[in-house]
Design a binder for this molecule. Sequence first.
Ligand code: DGJ
Length: 735
Amino acid sequence: MKHINIFLSALLGLSTPAIVKAEIVDISTPNTSLILDAEKGGSLRLLHYGNKMASSDIATLKEAGAIDRNAYPVYGILPQGEAAMSVTHADGNMTTDVEVTGIDTTTAPDGAKVTTISMRDKVYPFNLNVNYRTYPAEDVIETWVDVTNNEKGTVRLNRFMSGYLPVRYGDVWLSQLYGSWANEGKLSQTPLNHGVRMIKNKDGVRNSHTSHAEIMLSLDGKPQENTGRTIGAALEYSGNYKLFIDTDDSNYHHFFAGINEENSAYNLKKGESFVTPPLALTYSEEGLSGVSRNFHRWGRNHRLHNGNKERRILLNSWEGVYFDIDEAGMAGMMKDIADMGGELFVMDDGWFGDKYPRDNDSTSLGDWVVDTDKLPNGIQGLIETAKSNGIKFGIWIEPEMTNTVSELYEKHPEYIIKAAKRPATQGRGGTQLVLDLANPKVQDIVFTVVDTLMRKYPEIDYIKWDANAPIMDHGSQYLTADNQSHLYIDYHQGFETVLNRIRKAHPDVTIQACASGGGRANWGVLPWFDEFWTSDNNDALQRIYMQWGTSYFFPAIAMGSHISASPNHQTFRRIPVKFRADVAMSGRLGLELQPKNMTDEEKAIVKNAIADYKKIRPIVQFGDIYRLVSPYDGKGVASMMYITPEKDDAVFYWWKTETFMNQQLPRVVMAGLDPDKTYTVTELNRIDNEPLSFEGKSFTGRYLMSNGLEIPLTHKVDYHKNTDYASRILRLTAK
Ligand code: DGJ
């Protein structure tokens, strides 16, 4: 960490011009800089975030017109602007006014630097630290805040954002995700205008069905995939969040991100501390895809559980049999997926319940014992069947939940979330309830569900962890009356405690974060989960749009992407298996169907797709993403690619998104290749009777990035096999 002391005069806020000593803190990664002024006795000032700064430019930053705004504004003195933190002190004073008391830098073994700027209220023994952690190899800087109450009584935190970033006013565009169940991860791109843009979540349990806790800001006008200065921000939190951008009458768009403080005021007793979740920031001059690459690398290397381990190709039973589980059915599916080259079978909902068998969604959650009427040889029997097929076995659970019809609820009605004096609202199936993870006894129960399963059946390779209800009543039977407002936060602290215990005991089992589809695609849960379920909608055409959006912040290795049946169970659209496979192969490939309903020809195509996916798996799961043509641009085609970091192997995807006769589609120009390398083209998942004209031919990266390849709009197949869909996957291997 480099501290440069310079003297300069400045007009600070409303104070009179004075000679001020600046303590410059330079928090840099190889390609980005975050510059602070942390002069002791002054307020912490943010001078710059974005491109890498030379030290000579840092020295003259203020003269050039730096941001020079409070890096973490607190509420009370001149309260008109938005604040990152608002506090009611023990004596009722609602103002906070902090000054810098120290700067501390430590270096982690991985080279990351953690810089803590310590601050203290000028009057109250209330301490506030703003922290920054660098991830040099990925150009990511995390920021978070911790506060400690050393006052005589309880301090109430009314707002407690993780971070604040002023962005120079201009033609700045916001990219964000929105959606709904079965339509998650949709992309919205709009310019920032005056007023407040608010992105928030209030589900209580899941937080990414609708909007997402991640954004990108394009600083050079309309967002471009591979050019332009772009900031990315991701709040690493699994619960209710609030991200907002206030474009006021200043020269700045004020971006704030943190826990949603609504109905969540947090009481800190004397001596207690509160730590916010981190906000990850990154910056790239290679556009939206550049920011995605930074997030993907950072995620895989530091955040995603087992982020550098290849994921297996699986068949999940849900859309194949729904609740209709039995031993013969499971055995049939296992044989079928093994025959097609798959590596894992996951038994979804419906396998459990003794007194109350789980035959539909209205009973049994919490009673995690196998239903021996359905599965006489139990889970071990299924594991043996999987082994005899040469594949692994996985299982579905929903451990945060119960039903009114369950043995757990009969024994422990005090464990559910409900408001005092009112009946509990019941969710899915008319009977579902959420367990109160604020309660340590409930935390034990949830831990024990997984721990018991894994101890009894250590060969379980994969757990699909579902969560199909929001917090439906604001009320904890565990928290005291004056701490009821802690529920939304304590739920997630409890969740994290459970996950830490599970991972300590069972580090190797793959765990998917599912939550009624894509409710848990967030960087808050991924340190304990290996992947998330992207959506309950597996319609390949719609998935192009959802996966495109999701790929802005999350790598393909984490994005469950399954070939489903045709007609699709959500949209009822009929899509040929080739197109379904070509879309699913751009994420973590799996199947979500009943194989016995497939034709032999479909099975052969999927078998071939699985074999091809195995060849490109390292490129897809560990490669760098370059998005080329967006489905949202309405050009009739969508296209993207993954490339190895060495740029010696790449996969190119091309999906036609609409079909008209004699339509004119753009010729797609590639990106991210080495201009001086020569790449040989091989088509994967080929169904055509004759190879593409460029099959086996070689082209320089320079040619492919300037010209691309002319992709035929239709497939050359026997007449009766023609469909209205077309797609291609090309592998580009450098010589
Ligand atoms: C919701 C999930 O998203 C589905 O994939 C499936 O696991 C069901 N729950 C099971 O109830």
